[in-house]
Design a protein around this ligand. Structure first.
Ligand SMILES: [Zn+2]
Length: 193
């Protein structure tokens, strides 16, 4: 049996106009998906499939938590997740993403695997900014980072400061840029203590 067989929904073979499915997405699921954003978590996912005249309407509801890195102290943290998403599936000649949450699947197969859709819905439900509740951050780490931030602010010239203010310099926290190697080093030192 393949890793994602249980997420394969045989639309053609559905016996009723409305069908419901449940999935427990634990850390093994995220390990199997093997994508960078989320590697651990525990999510209860429900899927309702309604057969319409020309399509199938899939309604997903995900609830639980994933483990992500805290923006403030870089330690792992639990981020609670609630996601509600819809997908419309139609039969056609070949796979196609029509946009507006409409997906075409080959009529000859008549089935859709929802594992990757579930993963994407969960990733999209993670807020841009995620930090521990007040006082729950790794104290040694925040202390070190605060020291580092104060130092680099002082070093910053007036030109750089105004560039940041008018938005021409991108923030480090936008997730696109690699972590400052000095921070990586810091975290390693702290982890090894
Ligand atoms: Zn934290």
């Amino acid at each position: 049996m393949g890793k994602f067989d249980e997420y394969n929904i045989d639309l053609k073979g559905l016996q009723t106009d409305t069908s419901e499915f449940e999935f427990q997405l634990d850390s093994l699921f995220f390990t199997h998906i093997d994508a960078p954003e989320i590697q651990k978590g525990n999510i209860q996912a429900k899927l309702k499939v309604v057969r319409q005249s020309q399509a199938f309407e899939l309604t997903f509801h995900c609830e639980g938590y994933v483990i992500v890195q805290c923006d403030r102290c870089l330690d792992e943290m639990e981020q609670s997740i609630t996601a509600h998403d819809k997908l419309k599936v139609k039969f056609g000649d070949k796979y196609a993403d029509e946009g507006d949450d409409i997906v075409i699947i080959p009529e000859s197969e008549g089935a859709i695997n929802v594992a990757w859709f579930l993963y994407e819905f969960i990733v999209l439900a993670v807020p841009m900014k995620h930090v521990h509740p007040v006082g729950k951050c790794n104290k040694s780490m925040t202390g070190q980072l605060r020291k580092h931030l104060v130092t680099s602010d002082e070093e910053m010239s007036d030109e750089e400061t105004s560039a940041v203010e008018d938005g021409s310099v991108e923030e480090e926290s936008n997730g696109q840029q690699p972590i400052d190697p000095r921070w990586e080093g810091l975290k390693e030192i702290i982890d090894n203590n």
